[in-house]
Design a protein around this ligand. Sequence first.
Ligand code: ZN
Ligand code: ZN
Length: 582
Amino acid sequence: MSKIKVMSENLANKIAAGEVVEKISSVVKELCENSLDAHAKNINVSLIDGGLKSISVLDDGDGMDREDAKLAFSRHATSKLIRDDDLFFIDTLGFRGEALPSIASVSSITLKTCSKEIGSLIKIKGGKLLTEEDADALKGTSITVTDLFYNTPARLKYLKSEASELASCVTLIERLALSFPSVSFTLSNNEKVLIKTTGSDNLHKCIHEIYGLNVSSKMISIKASNDDFDIIGYICKPEILKSNKNHFITMVNDRVIKNYDVNRAINDAYYTYKPDTKFPIVVLKINTDPTLIDVNIHPTKQDIKLSKVNDLYDLIYKTIKDALYQSLLIPDAIKKPLYNEIKDDYVEQFIKEENTKNDEYKESNQVTFDLSYEEEKETPIIVNEELKNLILYPVGVALGTYIIAQNEEGVYLIDQHAAQERVNYEKYLEALKREEITTIGLLLPITIELSSSEFLIVKNNLDVLLNLGFKIEEFGVNTFVFKEHPTWLKQGYEEESIHKIIDILISNNGKFDRVKFNEHIAITLACKMSIKANMHISNEAVEELLKELVLCDNPYNCPHGRPTIIKFSIYDLERMFKRVMN
Ligand code: ZN
Ligand code: ZN
C-alpha cells in the first residue's frame, strides 16, 4: 500500500492561510482588493473588537453569480491570472485566487453577493459549504469573516491585541484610500467611524480626509518626469513630522509598494529639513513601464524591485529637494485644529509599539550621500524670491535665546543658536566645496599631540587635511605641527577647529567619503562656532544674522533639522486676543 497520501485541498488551504493571513489586516487587505477588483466605488469595512470578533467588508462592486461565488472559495479558482509575467500588467488586484479559500479554511464566512436579478447567500465554515440560498438583489458583495483561526490554535496565538490589530488595519485603509482616491473607503470599529473618505478622485482632498486640515494645509504638490518614470504626489512641510516612516506612501502603477531606495530618496531629500529621527508624510505615485518592475510575488509582501532605481532615486530626491527649496516653510506657531485626533493618538501609540518589534522599517537613519548627484546641481534652481526678500525687523531678544522680530505679516521668534548654526553651516559647506583654497600662515604654529593609534590614522589620511588647505609637518613623537590653515577657519578658534577636524577624521577612519566628511565638518564647526543660548548678542549682530538667515538655501532649520524660526501671523494674534472671532 502506498504510504503517500494526497494532501487534501482543505489542508493545503490551511497551510496557505498561514502564509497569506498573518493578521487581521491581511484579511481586510484581501477582501478590499477583491472589492477594488470588482470595480467597487464604495468600500465599507466594519470591524468588531479590532476584527478579532468579526471583519465585514461591504462593497457596491460587480458582485458574483452563484457559481462564481462558490468557485471563489476553491483553490486556484482565479481566472484573472494569465501568465506569471502578467502579474504586474493586469489591473486586477486579486490576482492570486488563493486568498479567499485560505481565509475560508480557517474561519466562518458569510457571503452575500449579487451580480444580476437574484442574489446569493452562502455560508462556509472551515472551508466547507454549510448553506446556499437566494438572497435579495442588492448589487455588490458583502463578506463577513468570524472565528478567524478557530481551527488553527497555533495561528490564533499570533494575533496581537485588539488595538494593535486595529492600528495595522487603519494603516492599511489609509494607504488604500490614498492609492485609490476615486473610491470611498469607510473603516469603523465597534460602530465608531475611524476613517471616511468620499472617493472624490482628488488626492489632496483625500489627504485632508485622512490627516485633517493641519496636515492637508501643509502639503506641497510635486510632479516630475524623466525618461522612465513619472512621479506625482504631495510632500509635507517639515513642521508636520511623524515618528515613523509609515506615512511614506508610495505606489507604482497604482499598487501600494515598499521600496528601500524610494524611501531613502524621500528621507535624504529632507536632509537637515528635519531631525534624523522624524519622518515626513509623503504620498507619491510613480508611473513606469511595467517591464522595469520585478514584483516579489510572495502574497503578503509589498516589496518590489525596480530597474533603473538610481535614476528614480535622483528624480525623487531632486524633485522633493527643489520643492522644499522653493516653498515658504516658516511654521505657524498656532496649529490648525486636528481633524481626527482620537484616531491619530490611538494609532500612533500602537504603531510605535509595532515598529519597535518590527524591524522591517529599520533602515539606517543615516543619510547616504550620492556623489554622482553633485554634478546635477548645474541646472539652475528657481530662487525663492519671496523668501529672499523677506525682511525681519528685530524687536529684541527674549530669554536670552529667542530673537523677536516682526514685519507686516506678523511676529517671528528665531532661535539665535539654531539660526546662526544654519548660516555658519552653509558658509562652511560652501567653503569646503570650493575648488580653490586660500590659506593663511600661522604666526604661532599649532602643535597637536595624539595617541599613537590616532597619529597613525591621521598620518595615513594626511592628504585629506592637505586637500583642505592645511600645511602640516610631523614634529617628534605622535605630534603634528600645523603651519597654515584654510581661511574659512574662524579667527581665534583655529586650534579648537583643528582638533574637531582631526576628531572627525579619526572617527571616519576606514570608510572615507569626502562629501560625508565635509558635511560632518560643516555641521560640527557650525555648532561650535555659533552663539549659544543664553549668550548675549548685540543688536548689530542680530540684524546681520537675520539678513544672512533669509539668504540661506534652507533658512528654516538648523543642520540638525531643528526649526530656526516660527511665526505668529497677525491673524493668529488677532484670533488669540479675540479681535477677530472665527
Ligand atoms: Zn548646535
Ligand atoms: Zn542644530
